[in-house]
Write a protein that binds this ligand. Structure first.
Ligand code: ATP
Length: 276
């Protein structure tokens, strides 16, 4: 299905490009310390700390219920942490609200694709530029003049090109196969030209060939922005990310490079044993 708009994207960006991009900033882009989130008496996230530097491709991996989505939602304003420190580009600040993300250069996709079915692909992507997504008339919803709307259309087309979907810009979202909607959701996140892209289970619900396609796509995007990925399939993240945090019961049980984590006894026992 993914092939409707092209072949599997080559991993075009070589490691030199990744290295050049990596780490221009001397402080972490995002630093989270001791994040705690309780749902009533249940502690879903139990003191998680991590850093994401400019250019990093970091993945959070863990079995169902490990706390990944709660952690993800805390970073994008959908969950209010009970405690924990959030630093952005070296400065401590309040946890971001959803309407602050674009100004911070953060963009996200969620587990549910959430496209507006009656709108075209292009219109759906344009909505990604809005601080509070709305399916009203695009220009009035975004408060744009005719010229600004034209610019946004161009930016949206560029975002669609980045996910190899410019050829379907005029199709209605409800006519698309599911794997293609996932790509459109990523384009919608890219339209604000984020410095940090948060992806919640981008391969969720995809078959193996579409997962391969998605992995190549994300790998290429990682040369252009920092990526924080949440995923419960180990094979999805192992082939793309630089650094992994493995969660279980709301805590980090292992972290480091892919090979280190793959061999970690706690990971093998708590994760591989359960899911593979
Ligand atoms: P999955 O891969 O299944 O999405 P996850 O690792 O993302 O799992 P979370 O969705 O963060 O895990 O959930 C962590 C724990 O918190 C789970 O036990 C879940 O049932 C619980 N939980 C999540 N959201 C809520 C909520 N709103 N109210 C109560 N408990 C919740």
């Amino acid at each position: 299905i993914f092939f409707a708009c092209g072949i599997i994207p080559q991993r075009l960006i070589d490691s030199d490009a990744r290295r050049l991009y990596h780490g221009r900033m001397s402080v972490p882009a995002i630093s989270v310390q001791n994040l705690v989130k309780n749902y009533g008496a249940f502690r879903a996230v139990d003191g998680i700390s991590f850093d994401v530097r400019e250019g990093d491709f970091v993945a959070f991996l863990g079995p169902n219920g490990a706390g990944k989505t709660t952690l993800f939602n805390a970073m994008c304003g959908l969950v209010k942490p009970d405690s924990g420190k959030f630093e952005f580009e070296g400065k401590e600040r309040a946890w971001p609200r959803t309407d602050e993300l674009i100004d911070l250069g953060i963009s996200r996709t969620l587990q549910g694709v959430g496209l507006f079915p009656e709108l075209t692909v292009l219109e759906n992507v344009m909505i990604g530029a809005s601080k509070s997504a709305s399916s009203g008339l695009i220009s009035s919803a975004l408060g744009l003049s005719g010229r600004d709307e034209e610019r946004l259309k161009q930016r949206s087309m560029t975002a669609l090109e980045r996910v190899y979907a410019s050829g379907i810009a005029d199709m209605r979202a409800d006519s698309l196969p599911y794997p293609v909607t996932k790509r459109v959701a990523i384009a919608r996140a890219l339209v604000s030209e984020p410095k940090i892209l948060l992806l919640d289970e981008p391969a969720g619900g995809l078959g193996s060939s579409d997962i391969e396609w998605m992995n190549s796509l994300i790998h290429n995007l990682a040369s252009q922005c920092s990526i924080i990925l949440v995923e419960h399939h180990m094979d999805v993240v192992m082939s793309v990310c630089d650094r992994l945090y493995v969660l279980n019961f709301g805590q980090v049980i292992a972290s480091g490079g892919v090979e280190t984590v793959r061999r970690d006894e706690a990971v093998v026992a708590a994760y591989l044993g359960v899911n593979n």
